[in-house]
Design a protein around this ligand. Sequence first.
Ligand code: SAM
Length: 235
Amino acid sequence: MNKEKLKEFIEKELGTQADETILEKFSTYESLLIEWNRRFNLTAIKEEDDVLVKHFIDSIYPLKYVHFNESESLIDIGSGAGFPGLCLAIMCPNLKITLVESTGKKVSFMNEVKEKLHLDNVTLLEARAESLNKYKEQFDYASARAVSQLNVLLELTIPLLKVNGHFLAYKGSMVDIEIKQAKRALHILSAEIEEKYTYNLPYINDGRSFLVIRKRKATEHKYPRSYSLIKNKPL
Ligand code: SAM
């Protein structure tokens, strides 16, 4: 992996120290991803340079905007091969991160990364996000990247947050259409968009958006509904 490129990004853009331990963890993660991708189709992005920018840097870019406090908790929904959850876990060792993924093979991969990188702040759940009843109202943050459209994601994530917790939505450049379609869901779930950031990923200039959405009130017990309703009749 091009450690210099990652170091430059972390130090110049995020303004934090990129020590060798962090760089080495990303490098091991990348090797494991490339190795596993030869056997299983974990991610569409497979080239080294693409993994660095489109997975690692994309996942940690929002650390420019969000500063987690000691011992806060985050649940990442539909983590796949660990994006953004595992990357945030490497960068923020004091953040307690729960990764939720419904595909067993991807959970096995994330478990291997967790073990090899000694990520003691990570808990893995092989589950569907809409079935996490016992985790309702528990997290300071939720996150999701490339999982679904915003109105669907809101119903999956907002019930899991504490009141005043935040959903961090990683989105592409066409986010305004999704925001329009999510107006009703935001209202029903008592959530509001606090911040919308737009930027280009470094080195490749691909447009991205990042939304910070606050939960204002406790969620009614009936949410989330079954996945077929969430998907076919979004709020
Ligand atoms: N977030 C990762 C990323 O950005 O690379 C993975 C994106 S992948 C396109 C979507 C992932 O979400 C898949 O691995 C899928 O199994 C998972 N997924 C979709 N709906 C889910 C749900 N309701 N609960 C848990 N996982 C879900």
